[in-house]
Design a protein around this ligand. Structure first.
Ligand SMILES: [Zn+2]
Length: 428
């Protein structure tokens, strides 16, 4: 093998002719390297595409006429050679595309608008899911924001190539997650069948979710049978408008939380009454009982069990509220026909509980949500998957701190949870 072919093989680039290889002090015309290389120099491999490559639009790949030489020769960061940074150097002429105008032509070794070769991009994407942030930036000698930009384009490319990722969907889950404390939200769609994150986008509104259904198209949207969600109007409305055959499965966690909120309101009322009446001991006990009332009975400490027993003796309404909350949790633990029967008994009991908060809750469930809960009990589809997913996304959000765009965060989430197969270059 001639040494120039060896170089092409070393850098995992195809469709190129290697013109020369040189070693030179590190001066990057593109500023593509964050931390610089070794002071004694970098490897520069000068190449040109093979004659048959032709001139193509960098964005759509369509063959089009040449326009000019662009901004001269450019560098693309590629795999290190030994401990030295290495670059592919080549001309980057421009073409005139009927659709995209004057753009830099497509080149075999790099994605459009990238300062790194495809192989380098893939190596970064592979490492980003397996390595801590500081280790990755140190090994790769690029900044974290650059890693964000790279995984963004790797995922965009994978999405563009896998047009059928959204085929055959029947059961999905939709939820929102805040990614900048209290300010910014992502809408997340998961596939219950493959347990993958399918789609994410900035925002949490009917319009946001409609973008997902637009991507699916009416035919595939009509195949959606079940959508698990938390009872938010915007999800319900988007599903109603776009998925004619879908039923909503209301997430048990949220329903039980409604009951928990009702219970907490009652506890606060009782506490305020005791406090205002000057019953300090009782008020303090109530204040301290919050967790005993909230937690699942199986997880109570001995101390919390004692508190609960005391409420049972001294405060019948509050204890009744506690039992109602627990009974609703039991409904979802039962599922199927027995669960539905239990739900209806619960609605009957809550409506007659003489606890206004639970009377209201029973009315709300009966009027708006009974059918959605019955779906959940029948199909056993909970948002558990999406809750678990959200926990992971929250961790990734912290990891994505330092990325310059939300798209990089979305790409990081997809890379971790989307079931993409990004291979380490040169390995199967
Ligand atoms: Zn084009």
């Amino acid at each position: 093998m001639r040494s120039k072919r060896v170089w092409a093989a070393l850098l995992e680039i195809e469709q190129v002719v290697v013109e020369s290889v040189r070693f030179e002090p590190f001066v990057s015309p593109d500023g593509v390297v964050g931390e610089g290389g070794r002071s004694d120099g970098v490897v520069v491999v000068s190449v040109r595409p093979k004659a048959g490559w032709g001139s193509r639009c960098g964005r759509c790949g369509r063959r089009c006429p040449g326009y000019d030489q662009g901004r001269g020769r450019r560098w693309w960061r590629t795999f290190d050679v030994g401990l030295h940074l290495a670059f592919v150097e080549a001309a980057a002429p421009r073409v005139r595309c009927p659709q995209h105008g004057v753009v830099v032509e497509a080149l075999p070794w790099a994605r459009h608008d990238a300062g790194h070769t495809r192989g380098f991009d893939e190596q970064v994407a592979w490492l980003a899911t397996r390595m801590a942030k500081t280790a990755a930036t140190k090994l790769l000698r690029i900044g974290w924001a650059t890693i964000g930009a790279i995984i963004d384009r790797v995922i965009a490319d994978a999405d563009a190539q896998a047009g059928d990722r959204l085929d055959g969907l029947t059961r999905i889950g939709v939820d929102e997650i805040s990614y900048r404390r209290g300010y910014k939200y992502l809408t997340v769609v998961v596939d219950h069948t493959t347990r993958r994150v399918l789609w994410l986008a900035e925002g949490r509104s009917k319009t946001t979710l409609q973008r997902f259904f637009a991507l699916l198209g009416p035919q595939r949207a009509a195949q959606i049978e079940l959508v698990s969600a938390d009872g938010a109007d915007w999800i319900f409305n988007a599903v109603r408008d776009s998925c004619p055959n879908a039923e909503i499965c209301l997430d048990p966690f949220h329903v039980v939380r409604w009951a928990g909120d009702a219970l907490d309101e009652i506890r606060r009322d009782v506490w305020n009454t005791a406090r205002k009446a000057g019953h300090t001991t009782e008020a303090n006990q109530l204040k301290a009982s919050r967790w005993a009332l909230w937690k699942n009975p199986g997880n109570l400490t001995a101390n919390q069990q004692a508190k609960l027993a005391q409420i049972q003796r001294t405060n019948k309404p509050l204890y009744r509220a506690y039992l109602l909350k627990e009974q609703l949790r039991e409904v979802f633990a039962t599922v199927g026909q027995a669960g539905i029967a239990l739900l209806d008994r619960w609605l009957y009991w809550a409506a007659r509980s003489r606890l206004p908060q639970f009377v209201d809750l029973a009315r709300k469930i009966k009027t708006y949500f009974r059918r959605d809960i019955v779906n959940t009990l029948t199909h056993r589809l909970s948002n558990g998957l999406i809750e678990a997913t959200n926990t992971k996304i929250r961790l990734l959000t912290r990891m994505a701190y330092g990325f310059r765009s939300v798209n990089a965060l979305i790409a990081l989430v997809k890379l971790h949870l989307g079931g993409y197969h990004i291979a380490l270059p040169g390995r199967p």
